[in-house]
Design a protein around this ligand. Structure first.
Ligand code: UD1
Length: 448
C-alpha cells in the first residue's frame, strides 16, 4: 500500500520568541522540519506534502534542501490542524493509499512507530498515535473503549473527568487519503479555540460507521518543541542517544558527554574521539582515525588512521587521506590532504591539494583569496614546505620540491627544486654588542 506524508509546519511558534519560523530551529545541526521529514522517510513515502504558513519561503527552502521532490502547500491563515491537513488535499490528488500526518516540530518519531501505525491501519480506518503523558496539561485526551478510540477531546474543551485521563494525543494520525479528506470536509470550528481540529476525525469516523484506534509510543518519542527550553532538552536527548549509539558501534569516546554530534555524523569502528569535540553536519570519519580534544569538524572526511587536532578546525570540503595528520591550530577548508601528509602546526590550508607524504611546516598559509576571487594551491607528493611559507595562489609546488622557511612563493616551483623567496641574511660581527652598549648609554644619560 503506497504511503504519503502530510507534515504540518505552518505555525509560528510564538513561544520560541524568535524571528525565525519554529520548524527552522535546529537540533544536531538540522532544522526541526528536516528531522520530521527524515523520520517520515522511513516509510518510503510516495508523496511528501508539507503545509507551510509562517515564514513560508524560508521553510520551503529548508524543505527543498532536504527533499527536492517534496510538495509545499501554503496555509495562509492558521485556522487549526484540521484546516491545515485539508490544504494538502489538492497535492494528494491522484494518490491512492495511506496518509500519515506528522508535525514539523516533532523530531523524534521512530521508523518502528510509523510501521506500527500502518500495521494498525489493517484493522482500523483511523489510527492515532498516543502516549502516556507525565503531565497531560494541554494535550488532547484520547477517549478509549477497549482498543476503540471513541473521540479526542482537546484540553480546552474537556470536562474535569476527561482532564484526568493521561493517555494523550501526539498529533500523528494515519488514514486512507480519500477517507481522511472526506472526513476533514465535515470538521467544524464550534469549539473553545474556534479552530478546525484534526482531532475531530475519530468521532466523525465513528459517526460514519468507520473505526478508529490509538497505539502507544513513549513520550520522549512524541516530544514536540514549543520553547527554547524544550529545544535545548531535545538537543540533549538527541546527543545522549547518539553518544550511546556511537559507543555501541565501537567508537571510542573518552568523555562522551562532552562530544557533540550532528544528525548525520558517521564514525567508523575503533575511531577515537577525545573530549570536547564538536561535529557539524556532513562529517564522516573512517575506522581507526583519532579526533583529538577541542577540534571542530564540519563537512569533512577523515580517512582511516588519520589524526586531527588537538585544537584543529576542519571546514567544509576538507578531505583527509588515510594516515594524514592535521595538528594543533590548523584550519583546513576545501582541501585534499593526501595519504600520510602532515600539517602539524598553526597553518591555514584552503582551496588546495596536498600530495601524499607531503610535509607542511609550521605557520604555512595558502593565500587563497585576493579579496575578490579564490585560487588553488597544488603541492606535489613528498614535497617539503618550510615553516612560515606563504603560498600565494594560484601556485604549485612540484613533487619532492622544497620551499625555504619564511618564503613567499608567488611562482610555481618545479619538481625536485628548492625555492628560496626571502631576504638574504647578512651578519655584522660585533654590531649587536655595540648597539646595545650605545642604547644603554643613551638611557643612562637621560636619567642623569
Ligand atoms: C495538537 C492537538 C492535540 C495534541 C497536540 C500534541 C489539535 C486540535 N490538537 O494541539 O490534541 O495533544 O497537538 O502536540 O490538533 N499547525 C498548522 N496549522 C494550523 C495549526 C497548527 O500547521 O492551523 C501545526 C503547528 O505548526 C504544529 C502542529 O500543527 O506543528 C500542532 O499545532 P499546535 O497548535 O501546536 O497544536 P496543539 O494545540 O499543541
Amino acid at each position: 500500500m503506497p504511503t504519503a506524508l502530510v507534515i504540518l509546519a505552518a505555525g509560528q511558534g510564538t513561544r520560541m520568541n524568535s524571528e525565525m519560523p519554529k520548524v527552522l530551529h535546529r537540533i544536531a545541526g538540522a532544522p526541526l522540519i528536516a528531522h520530521a521529514m527524515r523520520a517520515g522517510a522511513a516509510v518510503a513515502p510516495e508523496r511528501v506534502v508539507v503545509v507551510t504558513g509562517h515564514g513560508a519561503e524560508q521553510v520551503e527552502e529548508a524543505v527543498a534542501a532536504f527533499d527536492a521532490s517534496a510538495i509545499c502547500v501554503r496555509q495562509t491563515e492558521q485556522l487549526g490542524t484540521g484546516h491545515a491537513v485539508l490544504q494538502a488535499a489538492p497535492a494528494l490528488d491522484g494518490f491512492a493509499g495511506d496518509v500519515i500526518v506528522l508535525y514539523g516540530d516533532t523530531p523524534f518519531i521512530r521508523p518502528e512507530t510509523l510501521d506500527a501505525m500502518l500495521a494498525a491501519r489493517r484493522s482500523h480506518d483511523i489510527v492515532v498515535l498516543g502516549f502516556e503523558a507525565a503531565e497531560p496539561g494541554g494535550y488532547g485526551r484520547l477517549l478509549m473503549e477497549d482498543d476503540r478510540l471513541v473521540r479526542i477531546v482537546e484540553a480546552k474543551d474537556a470536562t474535569p473527568e476527561q482532564l484526568a485521563i493521561s493517555f494523550c494525543n501526539s498529533g500523528l494520525l494515519a488514514a486512507d487519503a480519500a477517507t481522511l479528506t472526506g472526513l476533514l470536509k465535515k470538521v467544524e470550528n464550534d469549539n473553545a479555540a474556534g479552530e478546525y481540529y484534526l482531532t475531530d476525525i475519530p468521532a466523525l469516523a465513528a459517526a460514519a460507521g468507520l473505526s478508529a484506534t490509538a497505539i502507544r509510543a513513549a513520550e520522549r518519542e512524541t516530544l514536540g518543541i514549543d520553547t527554547r527550553a524544550a529545544l535545548a532538552r531535545a538537543e540533549a536527548l538527541f546527543q545522549a542517544a547518539r553518544r550511546a549509539e556511537m559507543l555501541e558501534a565501537g567508537v571510542a569516546l573518552t568523555a562522551p558527554e562532552t562530544v557533540f554530534f550532528a544528525y548525520d555524523t558517521e564514525i567508523g569502528r575503533d575511531a577515537e574521539v577525545e573530549p570536547n569535540v564538536v561535529f557539524g553536519p556532513g562529517v564522516t570519519v573512517e575506522s581507526g582515525a583519532r579526533i583529538r580534544a577541542f577540534s571542530h569538524l564540519e563537512g569533512a572526511h577523515v580517512g582511516a588512521g588519520a589524526t586531527v587536532g588537538p585544537y584543529a578546525r576542519l571546514r567544509p570540503g576538507a578531505e583527509l587521506g588515510n594516515g594524514a595528520r592535521v595538528g594543533n591550530f590548523v584550519e583546513v577548508k576545501e582541501a585534499r590532504i593526501g595519504e600520510g601528509a602532515k600539517v602539524n602546526h598553526l597553518s591555514y590550508i584552503g582551496d588546495a591539494t596536498l600530495g601524499e607524504g607531503s610535509n607542511i611546516g609550521a605557520g604555512t598559509i595558502t593565500c587563497n583569496y585576493d579579496g575578490v576571487m579564490k585560487h588553488e594551491t597544488q603541492i606535489g607528493a613528498r614535497a617539503f614546505i618550510g615553516s612560515n611559507t606563504m603560498l600565494v595562489a594560484p601556485v604549485s609546488v612540484g613533487e619532492e620540491a622544497m620551499t625555504a622557511s619564511g618564503s613567499v612563493i608567488t611562482e610555481d616551483v618545479p619538481a625536485g627544486a628548492l625555492a628560496l623567496a626571502r631576504g638574504t641574511q647578512v651578519n655584522k660581527p660585533g654590531l649587536a654588542t655595540k648597539l646595545m652598549a650605545r642604547l644603554r648609554a643613551i638611557k643612562a644619560g637621560k636619567k642623569g
